[in-house]
Design a protein around this ligand. Structure first.
Ligand code: CAA
Length: 261
């Protein structure tokens, strides 16, 4: 296991488990934690042995209770905008565009920047005690780490704005009904469920998943031509070794062994 000040990183059989580790502050995202996370993401992106990344929070109470309010309480407008922009560029967009599946295992409160972090992941699994919300308007703010964009994409504009206006939390079952999370499991089974899902993905081509992520994201970005990106990415798949192996295995009636290239 690797440990930095605010993160634990465990790598096991192709899966990297990244645990945000400031439990006394409910894993609130301060600048130092985000900077460590940015570095870890960069190294996991390049690590060929890592196929899937899991994100979770330390302790039993919180995934992440938001951006660190104490750190930004005295910021002015320019500093606020910089905080948001840097977050997008170094962490949140990086996760959304990560070329391998990223699964958020939401083990408790996921509020503000915490829910925004989970929403930047490709998939969310919640423990049955999880509570999610965007409480920023209760602080005189709006969600600044992508929540105004990703929440409506996931649950629709009306429900998203209701959550933002009310600043209220929803429970795991409601999040499942809304489509905000993919699965809800008992807290003690959360990591097991995330690992099981990761392993089920790893039977398939991670390279192809990278292209799927790129194409899906392109369709959701305003002004971008998602179908064009899909056409190009589809064509690119034909040039990969994984494609050759996947189709060959089908023809030979055997399971594929993807080289991951
Ligand atoms: N920032 C900084 N510290 C936080 C925090 C946050 N977002 N959330 C919790 N903490 C700290 C508390 O200050 C407390 O620290 P101390 O013991 O040093 O006082 C510790 O974590 C434990 O929290 P509580 O005592 O408050 O625990 P609780 O069980 O009574 O309440 C809670 C839990 C309902 C989650 C409550 O902590 C809470 O409301 N937290 C803030 C949630 C929030 O507003 N998040 C949005 C942040 S703004 C944002 O994220 C902006 C953006 O989009 C970029």
């Amino acid at each position: 296991m690797n440990q930095s000040e605010h993160l634990l990183v465990e790598k096991n059989e192709g899966i990297a488990l990244v645990t945000l580790n400031r439990p006394k502050q409910l894993n609130a995202l301060n600048k130092a934690l985000l900077s460590e996370l940015s570095e870890v993401l960069e190294s996991l992106r390049d690590a060929t042995e890592i196929k899937v990344v899991l994100l979770t929070g330390a302790g039993e109470k919180a995934f992440v209770a938001g951006a660190d309010i104490k750190e930004f309480a005295s910021f002015n407008g320019a500093q606020g905008a910089e905080l948001s922009k840097e977050g997008h560029l170094t962490v949140f967009n990086v996760i959304e565009e990560f070329p391998k599946p990223v699964i958020a295992a939401i083990n408790g409160f996921a509020l503000g920047g915490g829910l925004e972090l989970a929403m930047s992941a490709h998939i969310r699994i919640a423990s049955n005690n999880a509570r999610m919300g965007l409480p920023e308007t209760s602080l005189g703010l709006i969600p600044g780490y992508g929540g105004t964009q990703r929440l409506p994409q996931l649950i629709g504009k009306g429900r998203a704005l209701e959550m933002i206006f009310s600043a209220r939390m929803i429970d795991a079952e409601t999040a499942l009904n809304y489509g905000l999370v993919n699965q809800v499991v008992p807290q003690e089974k959360l990591l097991e469920a995330a690992q099981k899902m990761a392993r089920s993905f790893m039977k398939n081509s991670i390279v192809a998943m990278g292209y799927a992520i790129e194409s899906v994201n392109a369709g959701l970005l305003e002004g971008s031509l998602g179908y064009d990106v899909e056409v190009q990415a589809f064509g690119d798949c034909f040039e990969t070794k994984d494609f050759k192996e996947g189709t060959q295995a089908f023809v030979e009636k055997r399971k594929p062994h993807f080289p991951g290239a």
